[in-house]
Write a protein that binds this ligand. Structure first.
Ligand code: MAN
Length: 423
């Protein structure tokens, strides 16, 4: 009860004040205490108090005429009870146009202004209410997406560990296969050298079979090397027939059939080389995959990795003749009706702003613009219950601005300010 009386008294005193001194806010009331004289707020002049709001400008700062249009550059305070108070230029006072929703600026004009403050206030409160509802829903969805991100992060880590294991395994195989490859090549070289060195020797038996000291039907590199040593010890002049050219026939003579054992050794060496190549290729592919994954995992996906879920998705929007695609943390492209695709920038970084570090993304170094800069795109993230591209604009040639809405852009700090206040 007491409370109601108090409010009524305060409202009554405000209305009395605004009747007495028109166009001032409560915080300025102290300058206009009824006295004999009034000191201009800038302190420049002392005038009789009855010259305040007398429709004649006395103060340079216009402070003696807050409620009339007499002073150029003066301002009039609309109290707008029930809505938002605000200042209007005092030149608009009594100009036959309703500016203040409480109609206070047209107190002496023929225009009849309605007090619309209550309705405006009501509409605004409903708007704020629905924004807050959307914010709450956005924040709830954000939590779900954070969880999704955590799961994705763990999966990526597991994938990295698996790839690392595969890579280690391939590395071991490579070590063995490289040794095997060298051994096989040495074997072929040694056999060929033996065959060449034996040329001109009038033995009916093949030098390779002669090398088979163990008579087990196959020759080892050791046996071949031992045979070579024997030939050299016999003091034969191997250079006489000019044949010691690895793996080649004597120049000017028809190529001789390779010894079957040499052939088999060559085939085994080729197989070993092919296998080595196969594993080298596999290792290279895994290496690239690990590098790409590590690079991806090093991206700043936000303090709670809330933006991680976006990196595997692409979003679209058609504006006029262009089709735009945004693949977050990757690239932005523009495709014209003819099907020609143009890069509007590759993922660069978050645009650093102290207010919100994760409010804007920069995509840079797109296709160069004809007689202009390279194409770049700034993606502004706004809070909403859906994840989608909202608009694409080209504010200046080849510089693009995308509005992208997603729950993960919702922040608790937006409560109380209205979620659209930052746009
Ligand atoms: C293309 C598009 C436009 C751009 C012009 C510049 O038509 O990429 O967005 O403004 O090239 O020449």
């Amino acid at each position: 009860m007491h409370c109601h009386i108090l409010i009524a008294v305060v409202l009554w005193s405000i209305s009395i004040d605004s009747q007495t001194i028109r166009g001032i806010s409560l915080s300025y009331k102290r300058f206009y205490r009824e006295r004999k004289s009034f000191l201009c707020i800038d302190g420049s002049k002392l005038i009789p108090f009855d010259q305040v709001n007398d429709d004649y400008c006395d103060c340079v700062d216009g402070s003696d005429e807050p409620g009339t249009a007499a002073c150029p550059g003066g301002r009039f305070y609309c109290t707008n009870l029930g809505y938002r108070p605000h200042y209007i230029p005092s030149s608009r006072v009594n100009d036959a146009i309703c500016d203040c929703c409480d109609a206070s600026d047209e107190y002496n004009s023929h225009t009849l202004c309605q007090n619309t403050c209550r309705d405006l206030g009501q509409t605004e409160r409903e708007e704020v209410k629905s924004q807050m509802k959307a914010l709450d829903e956005g924040l709830r969805l954000k939590q779900e997406l954070i969880q999704e991100g955590i799961q994705m992060w763990q999966d990526k880590q597991a994938q990295l560990r698996d790839l690392q294991r595969v890579s280690d395994d391939l590395q071991t195989q490579l070590d063995d296969l490289r040794k095997e490859d060298v051994r096989r090549k040495e074997e072929v070289d040694a056999l060929r050298e033996l065959v060449n060195s034996h040329r001109g020797h009038n033995s009916t038996e093949s030098p390779v079979s002669e090398s088979d000291r163990s008579r087990d039907g196959s020759v080892t590199v050791k046996e071949v090397q031992a045979k070579l040593a024997d030939i050299q010890a016999e003091g034969r002049d191997l250079s006489e027939d000019g044949a010691i050219i690895r793996g080649s026939s004597v120049p000017g003579q028809p190529a001789e059939e390779e010894d079957p054992v040499v052939k088999a050794a060559i085939s085994a060496a080729e197989k070993a080389a092919a296998e080595l190549k196969r594993i080298e290729d596999a290792y290279e592919a895994v290496y690239m995959e690990i590098r790409d994954l590590r690079e991806k995992l090093a991206t700043d996906f936000g303090p709670e990795r809330e933006f991680l879920f976006l990196h595997i998705q692409c979003f679209h929007q058609k504006v006029n003749e262009y089709f735009y695609e945004l693949c977050p943390f990757n690239q932005v492209t523009q495709t014209s009706a003819s099907g020609a695709e143009v890069s509007l920038g590759k993922w660069g970084s978050w645009a650093d702003s102290r207010e919100n570090r994760y409010g804007q993304m920069k995509y840079v170094n797109g296709e160069p613009c004809w007689q202009g800069p390279t194409r770049n795109t700034v993606v502004t993230l706004t809070c909403g219950t859906e994840t989608a591209m909202r608009s694409v604009k080209e504010p200046s040639k080849c510089q693009y601005a995308v509005e992208f809405q997603t729950p993960v852009a919702c922040r608790l700090a937006q409560r109380g300010r209205g979620i659209h206040s930052e746009l």
